[in-house]
Design a protein around this ligand. Structure first.
Ligand code: COA
Ligand code: AMP
Length: 629
């Protein structure tokens, strides 16, 4: 079948298309219909089916006789260890962990926060929650205690599962003190915490609250999978919005199972038994969909890689892992390849390894620049596929579906919409524009299975963020265009979200932190272009009248403050003090213009600017930081 024929088949009868895809999933009770229209722009998929995510990701492969196949490979250059877990071992481990959680009172619908690094136990914790119908919320290890506390207060977990430590090159990340501080900060208190003690660090347990991962499973009866409704939340994953309050993206069970399973063959072109590797982190959506659920549901071996593209120990790590574990499809963020390319521009290290089993490389998380795509294609000699998606969608909105047909690659474009997504480029009034014209990218409702049905405890925010601007559409928050062949080009965000090393961050959230400094009267944070990380945050501070502190000191303070409040992952290291911020006459800070100046791009004096001279001051400040060249 061609891509065009597949897309037409979906357009012709979307519900039949997804009901057919649902046949590949094991249901305790198959759904009688695909879509439920709940009105007011809200939809659910496979709502009346009964199934279990863990059963589909683990047990059914054992039942089908593939228990001895490796399910998870942990490859950890930072601890110099490697380990394999078969499907049958995974089933046994997860069933016991689930039994221990249940014995401590965790039931269907209860939330469980998971705060763990890239170790198989993180996936086991996710799967154990799924097994008993508990709703997990994984928090990325690079977030600080305050961010964890915000998520604890929003999700109100009954339990938190954490590791004692994570390992970043050159330093141990002490998870336990961060966890303790977060629980102190939060109003909501979990009933108990399960601590996985790593060899690198044994954490102090809080008596009466913390239990040891191994100890609390001792003598516990393994438990079976609990059937849940298709519209039962599988997880909540918090993502950055325009403010410091993250959005709790909900994923439903049935839609996720059907959609992710469908993508494994059609987009990633892997068959059960093949090794699939997403070099991301379980704290991000890529980790949820393509380190944990997608590959396991489809019966693939997944790799949990605890390392970095460079420095663990060198820029050949990716190629070593591929050759050692016979990786067939590889997924990473463009920034990771840029980091490798910077250290090994000629790709010399690729030649040290046999990566002949590699079939394709997939990139997402930020715009893939043509240089990086071409470099990877040249040195890896496989198709390099850019695909575009978001935490909200859980899987690709646009891609080149290699399992169906390899479409021509146009560097700079994540190719074409996948079935389920009718993508339109809209003008400010919400009218579709013609080819090669920039506009807001929107998707006609309903969104396909596996995408967010709502935000956790925040339906009004869900509607405001995604549904209200363009009635009948989901607003992606991205701007871009379509060419005459229907290829999409994703150019920029339309909100205050930036992408730093493939990590989604909110400049609004950073501004809230800066504004909290006692000497700061006003501030702005913008995302400027960065050759390695795609974007980097840069802060502008206006100090209180009469503040005579050394500017460098205040800058130091706020850099520390962002690290403390948001976390190292914010990568907030650059800021300067200015007298005034450029604004429109109605008082809106002209962040977009500041970005253009910083990037040395062409820009026009905004007609509504209050005082054009301020832009000259900003230009001087940016030049002082090495930008606006
Ligand atoms: N736990 C704790 N800290 C973390 C962390 C984690 N899981 N992940 C990153 N950090 C820290 C880093 O140690 C760094 O700290 P530092 O300021 O003390 O150096 C900081 O957060 C910023 O990290 P990052 O922006 O990732 O920069 P880096 O210089 O450490 O690495 C790359 C640069 C390009 C190698 C790295 O960003 C990378 O591998 N990116 C791939 C991104 C990716 O997989 N994204 C997922 C979406 S697909
Ligand atoms: P996240 O929710 O962290 O996956 O980030 C989603 C955002 O990252 C999108 O809305 C885009 O702005 C950006 N993004 C993700 N993939 C791509 C891509 N392939 N090309 C351009 N931008 C992308």
């Amino acid at each position: 079948m061609t891509y065009a024929a597949m897309y037409a088949r979906w357009q012709d009868n979307p519900e039949a298309f997804w009901m057919e895809a649902a046949e590949a999933i094991a249901w305790h009770r198959p759904p009688t219909k695909a879509l439920t229209d709940k009105g007011d722009g809200l939809y659910e998929w496979f709502a009346d089916g009964l199934t279990n995510t863990c059963y589909n990701a683990v047990d059914r492969h054992v039942d089908a006789g593939r228990g001895e196949q490796v399910a998870i490979i942990h490859d950890s250059p930072v601890t110099h260890t490697k380990r394999e877990i078969t499907f049958v071992e995974l089933r046994n481990r997860v069933a016991t962990l689930a039994g221990a959680l249940r014995a401590k009172g965790v039931e269907k619908g209860d939330r469980v926060i998971i705060y763990m690094p890239m170790i198989p136990e993180a996936l086991e914790a996710m799967l154990a929650c799924a097994r008993i119908g508990a709703v997990h919320s994984v928090v990325f290890g690079g977030f600080a205690a305050n961010e964890l506390a915000v998520r604890i207060d929003d999700a109100k977990p009954k339990a938190i599962i954490a590791a004692s430590a994570g390992i970043e090159p050159g330093r141990i990340v002490h998870y336990k003190p961060l966890l303790d501080a977060a629980i102190d900060l939060a109003d909501h208190k979990p009933d108990f915490c399960v601590i996985f003690q790593r060899e690198q660090e044994v954490a102090q347990l809080v008596e009466g609250r913390d239990v040891n991962w191994h100890g609390f499973q001792y003598g516990v009866q393994p438990v079976d999978c609990v059937p849940v409704e298709g519209n039962h939340p599988a997880y909540i994953l918090y993502t950055s919005g325009t403010t410091g309050q993250p959005k709790g993206v909900i994923r439903h069970t049935g839609g996720q199972l059907v959609a992710l399973n469908w993508t494994m063959k059609n987009i990633y072109n892997v068959d059960p038994g093949d090794v699939f590797w997403a070099a991301s982190d379980v704290g991000w959506v890529v980790g949820h969909s393509y380190i944990c659920y997608g590959p396991l549901i489809h019966g693939n071996t997944t790799i949990v890689f605890e390392g970095k593209p460079v420095g663990t120990p060198d820029a050949g790590t990716f190629w070593r892992v591929m050759s050692e574990h016979k990786v067939k499809a590889f997924f990473t963020a463009p920034t990771a390849l840029r980091a490798v390319k910077r250290e090994d521009p000629e790709g010399a290290l690729v030649k040290d390894y046999d990566i002949s089993g590699l079939q394709a490389v997939y990139l997402a998380g930020e715009r893939a620049d043509p240089d990086t795509i071409e470099w990877a294609q040249k040195h890896l000699n496989v198709p390099v596929i850019d695909h575009w998606w978001q935490t909200e969608t859980g899987w690709a909105i646009a891609a080149n579906p290699l399992g169906v047909e390899e479409l021509p690659i146009k560097p700079g474009s994540p190719a074409v919409p996948m079935p389920g997504y009718q993508v339109e480029i809209l003008d400010d009034a919400g009218h579709p524009v013609g080819p090669d014209t920039l506009g807001a990218i929107a998707v006609k409702l309903p969104l396909p299975p596996g995408t967010l049905p709502n935000l956790w405890n925040a339906e009004a925010r869900f509607k405001k963020s995604y549904l209200n601007t363009f009635p009948g559409y989901y607003e992606t928050g991205d701007a871009g265009m379509k060419d005459a062949d229907g290829y999409l080009y994703i150019m920029a965000r339309t909100d205050d979200v930036i992408n730093v090393a493939g990590h989604r961050l909110s400049t609004g959230g950073m501004e809230e932190v800066l504004a909290g400094h006692p000497d700061v009267a006003e501030c702005a944070v913008i995302g400027v272009s960065d050759a390695l990380k795609g974007q980097m945050p840069v802060g502008f501070l206006c100090l209180n009248a009469g503040c005579d502190r050394d500017h460098a000191e205040v800058v130091n303070d706020v850099v520390k403050l962002v690290r403390e409040k948001i976390g190292p992952v914010a990568a907030f290291k650059i800021a300067c003090v200015v007298d005034r911020l450029p604004k429109t006459r109605s008082g809106k800070i002209l962040r977009g213009t500041m970005v253009s100046i910083a990037d040395g791009a062409e820009w026009k004096m905004p007609a509504t600017i209050d005082d054009p001279a301020i832009l000259d001051e900003i230009t001087v400040a940016l030049k002082g930081l090495g930008y606006a060249q």
